[in-house]
Each structure stands twice: as structure tokens, then as C-alpha cells.
Ligand binder design. Sequence first.
Ligand SMILES: [Zn+2]
Length: 711
Amino acid sequence: MKFFRPAFAFVLLIAVGVAADEPPQSDTTRIPGFTAAASTFERSLEARMADLLDPESTARHFRLLTAEPHPAGSARNLELAAYVRDQFVASGLEGVQMHSYDVLLPWPKKVAVSMVEPVEWTASLAEDGYPVDPDSHGVGAGLTYLGMSASGDITADVIYAHSGNPEDYDWLIAQGIDPRGKIAVVRYSNPYSYRGFKAWEAQRRGVAALIIYSDPMDDGYRKGDVFPRGPWGPASHIQRGAITYDFIVPGDPLTPGWPSLEGAKRIAVEEAQSVPLIPAVPMSWRDAQPILENLGGPVAPPDWQGAMPITYHIGPGPAKVHLEVEMDGGTRSIQVVEGRISGSEKPDEMVILGNHFDAWVYGAVDPSSGTATLLEAARVLGKLARSGQRPRRTLVFACWDAEEWHLTGSTEWGEQFAAELGRGAVAYLNVDSSTSGSNLLVSAVASLNPTILEVARDVIDPKSGRDLLAIWQETTANDGGAESMIENNLGSGSDYTVFLNFLGVPVVDLTFDGPYGVYHSQYDNRYWMEHFGDPGYRYMTAMVEVWGRLALRLANADVLSFDLGQYAATVRTFVASLREITRLEEKLDLTAVGAAVDGWQKEAEILQQKIDAALTGDNAPPAGSFSALNTALLGVERELLLTNGIPGRPWFKHALYAPRYTYAAMSLPGVREAAEAEDWETASRQLKLLVERLQAATAATRRAAALVPKP
Ligand SMILES: [Zn+2]
């Protein structure tokens, strides 16, 4: 059942962009981009979709997807690709197909770690089984390893290098400890950095081999009860994962920037910039403890101490470890499953819903919760379409493979269909892990903020029965500003990367988050989900509703609801944060970029006023008359792409965002990265290019404004 909920005043301000001193308008529930009449129709359509939702249907998909381990390239994952395809067909999607790509995806032949001094001991490199959870024992979860690790056979002294971040090695070197030739043991978190960055940094420092372990301080008993009693990681849990240097270029390492189709040109593996050269192994804290216990040297600093029952020393020695990794160097076939609901009016304009289906083991949270969500979304949206309620624009459903390796499937597909997507992609909506709890987390390009907030207002939070927007505001201790609820500065680490950074398509990334200490371990399984993550599948179902409503709003809008004023305001905060870089204001003149942002905001406001007038007038123009305007709006984000990408990473073309090597977000990357490195010549050249892109977006905004039909 749906309840009518009056608009909160602050949401109205954000949603329709009126100045704070204006009285509220009568159409308080108008959806951004819709006329009042179309809003009413849209809401009733979405309510019909919500009525079709069935947690049991989501649960059935989820249980099948998590029944067995299904890493990329495995026979089981191929079976699941076929299952996704068949479900798409059963849901009535059109043009259902599997795209196959052959990509570098080496599997391990051997992974072994033992201590040779001062005591002989062999690491188990395995996770315990528990009688209550059949998935935790008896099934071949396979060798525990890090994807794209180099092969190597190394015996060396050990050092403890905290999180393996640059400042950690700097500190060690300051203590007179040379990391070169050593085996470095590092923690996963504290502070977080992508494990591939840890490998990169270790390689750069001349470390011989890397062990990355999960400290109980970060995701184990220090956080709360551990599996199977609670959601945190037990002593033996191992976080697998890839260490690909996909912060330089994602996708198949041998086809950087083009699709790895049959017959495609492939570079030699030695030339591939994203392939690590260092052997690396993931470890549980149960296996890491004996090694760290046998380290001498100075006591590690207080914030390097973890929660194992020992005092952490930094070494080197006396612990000496023998580490062996043998990878098969293999190329394997991966599948992207695609299906569509063709738009009734604008079939070439596409809203894309995507999730990956490959997992490290069972992948309950990551990614099967998202895959089950995608399949349920396809079912209910397919049903609506078959009942005659076809969206105006096309909905594309995409299920990606090998995300866990190098964001592979989405990157190859995006590279293959770059031209079509460049012309017609309205937005890409990503759900990787759908559910590990009940806290909504959203990252998005700021132009989509108002639409996202409006969607949350129309969804009921399963636990509280209140609207999701209100709960979301409470959990983010928020005063109502979109800025502090939605992360508008985007890094990397999931499949939206190719859309945002390579294609210039606005993106949204959605998840329900909660206490989750079993990421990429075999305990991320059905038992965990049904006991801790989402008993009753209520939040997966809520995610189908959030995702489905968002997709329908973008697909059905009279006018594509990109709030470019809010986008420009966000870019202003990016520019302001440049000023925090040491000596930047001495070296760079930010006047022109400030003026470019102001100019864009001004044009955006003129555009928004015209659109609001057209949509709220008594005689709204017929829907078809917005066609040229929508084509123009669709092109604005593309104007923000740099022809040659950012320095050193030409694949990353967006002028406003790129991931740091840690995956953390870095706004205005061309300028910022050079300025942080005090390369002022590059920074100043990049600043000029940034101004040009902002001016191009401004010109595109002005062209769009000229195309708004008169009410
Ligand atoms: Zn994932």
C-alpha cells in the first residue's frame, strides 16, 4: 500500500531549484523533469511496479546465485551467465544476448607461505568450516589468492609495514629500515587503500613480496561478534581480491582502450601497465599472527598496533618467510549479458542498469545481492512493459563479468559500444553490492541529486515503515542538503568507471550498507545474508524499488532532469578544495576557472527557469516538443571529457573526476595530481584545459536553453 506524503520544504527547494525566499509552489510533488500531470501518472506507474515486487522472487534468484562459488572464468560462472540470460528472456526483455570477451585472467596453480626462521611453520591459507553453515565447509573454495599477483618464489626477511601506504614506508625508512628485498606484511585497512595500490607501492619500493592480512581491529572481533555468531570476520577469514593496477587503465590489461573481441590487437603482457610485477598473498590474522609474533626490531607506533594479542614490532627478522605463488598466465572467456526494454518514443536514448555477477567465492553481498536485485528489477519492469506500460526511453539491463579482476566486462562492453553510448546514454545506474545492511549509501554525479532525493521520498524503509528519505537524513545526521547525503566526488572500484571516466555518462552508485566483516571471504554467503545482512530480503527488495523508480523517472521524463546548477555548485567546491594544496595559489591563477564555474551556473539557472516555466505552465508544450532539448541536455556531460585524458592516464578522460591510485576520489584530477606533485607547468596546462571543458559545458547548456519550447 502506498501513502501520500507531503513534500518537505527543503526537498522542494532542492527539487525545483527555487530561491529560498520564494513561497512554496502548488505542485509540491512534481517530479523533476515532469509536468504535474505527468508526475501523477509516473507515480501511479511506479506504484504499480512496487506492487509487483516479491521478496520471495528475489530470494529464489539469490539462493541460486550463491549456491556455489562462481569466480570469473569458471564453469559455474558461465552457467550463471546463462541463467541471467534465461531470466532476462523470461522477463520479456528484448535483444537478449551474451557478449564474450577473451581477457587476461590467470588462475593460481600454487600458493604457499611458510616460516623458515626462527621457527618452522606453515600457513594454512584456508578458512574454517562451521557446522551451522554448510557453505563454510566441504565445498572446494579453491586456493586463496590475489588476482593478477605475479608468480614468484621468494625467501626473505619480513617487515611489518602497517597499511603499506607511502607514509608507512617513509616512516620505516626514517627508522633506518630498508624495505628493498624484504617480504612486507601489511594490513587491509587503517586507513583504507585499494589492495592494488598497496601492491603498487610495495613494487615501487623494491619490496620482494607482499602479504596483505585482515587485522581483527579493522573487520574482526574488535568490531563485534564474528561469524557465525555475528557479521564480522572470524580469525581464519581471508579477503581475496585483485591487485590489478586498474587505476592506470581498467579492463583487459592486453587491450587497453579497445574491446578484447576475437581478432583484436593485443599487447604483450610485459607492456601492460596494469599488470603487477610483485607476488602477493592474502592472509587471515590467524596465519599472520605467528609471523608478526616472530618479528624483532623496534615496537611499531601506537596507531600501527592492531587487535591481535601481541605487541607489533616492525622487524626486519628474525622471522624469515618462504612465499611461493605460481600463476598460470591464462586468458579466459568472460560474458556480459545484456537485454533491453525498448523505449516507445526515444529508443536510442538509454538508461542503463548494471551489476556484476562474478564473485570471489559465493559472493552473497558482493555481488549476488545486486544480481538478484537486477533480475527482480528486470522481472517487474518487463512485466510493466508487457502490460502496455513501455518506458519512453530504452532501459538496458547489463550483467557484467570479471568486475572483480579489472572492472573487465563493463569496460570491454563500454569500449565496444562507445559510439552508441556516446550518442544515447542518459545515465548509468550501478548496483554492485545491493545489500549488507539497511543504510542507504549513494554516490552520483551532482546533476542527478534532486531526482535521487525525490525517489527516496517515495520509497518506504522496510524496518521503520517511514519514508527512506527521512531515514537517510537521520542516518547521515543531515540538515537536508543533498551535498552531505550523496557523495558527489567519485573514485573507482566498481563498474560505473567506464561510463563516467571513459564515456562521460552521468552515473549513480547505490547500496544498502551495514556491519560487514566477511567481504571477499567464503563467509560472504547465504547463511551470512539470511542471518545478518538482509533476513527476509527486505532491503534487496527495497533496492529494486529505488533502482526501478530511478530508471523509470529518467526514462519517462518530459525533460531530462539534470540539475546543472547543482552540478556547477559542486564543481565550485572542487575548485575551492584546490586552494588547500600547498603553494597552489602562489603558482596558479584560479580566476579563470572560478569565472568559468560562475558562468556555467548562470546559464544553468537560466535553463532551469525556462524548463520549469515550460513544465509548470497552464499549457505545457506537448511531450514531443522537448526532443531537441533532450538531445542537447544529453550532450552536456560529454563536453567534460578531455580529448587526451589526464596526464599519464589517457584512458581517464573526465575533466572533473578520476580515482587516485588508492581508488579514493580525486576531483579536477589533471590539475590536482600535477599540483600535488608540484609540477606547476603541467598543472597550469591542465587548468587551461579544465577551463575550456567548463566553457564547452556552458555553451552546451546555453544551446539547450535556446531549445526549451515556450509554454
Ligand atoms: Zn562487487
